[in-house]
Design a protein around this ligand. Structure first.
Ligand code: FES
Length: 193
């Protein structure tokens, strides 16, 4: 069991060494932002190691791919990929539940939509109408393409040539004759002498 001190609350929690910090903190009701559920793809769960940086597990490949190999400068780690192997202090001041909720709400609020006219909110009926229109257009296009001349140009050629067979003959583009086989006669021998 390792002791993890949380900054700024100074709360101390005990963490098993087979449990990553994200799980451990969540088990104790401490809020840590996360969108990917702990699979090292969102980088929302970043925490700072204030002390005991030698007492944490080394970053795995997935974490290095997200944050780069700069821990010695930034002291930042992904909580979901970090295991405490000794007593450490971590800074979780960036993880404020109320702030995150307010930000999320403001993003989805009607006022936000009014301020950003690029955001379109369509009602179900409107969406169905658009789908119907698109389907009608597609069907019309398919019908038109079936009647177009270029699709049946071979039939047109056949009619002009007065052909009746159903399989159109491929057009010969010159050089259609076979080369004559080489023949050897007695006269050739005599002419040499
Ligand atoms: S929870 Fe998404 S990267 Fe850690």
């Amino acid at each position: 069991m390792a002791k993890v001190t949380l900054y700024p609350s100074e709360e101390v929690i005990e963490v098993r060494d087979d449990q990553n910090l994200l799980e451990a903190l969540r088990d104790r009701g401490v809020y840590i932002k996360s969108s990917c559920g702990g699979v090292a793809s969102c980088s929302d769960c970043i925490i700072k190691i204030r002390s005991g940086e030698d007492e944490v597990s080394p970053p795995p490949f997935e974490e290095l791919a997200l944050l780069g190999n700069v821990f010695h400068i930034t002291k930042e780690r992904l909580a979901c990929q970090t295991y405490a192997q000794g007593d450490i202090t971590i800074d979780i001041s960036d993880h404020d539940k109320q702030k995150d909720q307010a930000r999320l709400q403001s993003k989805t609020s009607s006022q936000h939509r009014k301020n950003n006219p690029a955001i379109k909110v369509r009602k179900k009926d409107d969406v169905r109408k658009i789908y119907d229109e698109r389907r009608a257009k597609r069907e019309e296009k398919n019908k038109a393409s079936q009647n177009e001349d270029w699709v049946r140009h071979w039939e047109k050629n056949k009619e002009n040539a007065g052909e009746t067979d159903s399989v159109p003959r491929p057009k010969r583009l010159g050089g259609g004759q076979r080369p004559k086989p080489f023949t050897y006669t007695k006269d050739d021998d005599e002419s040499k002498d």
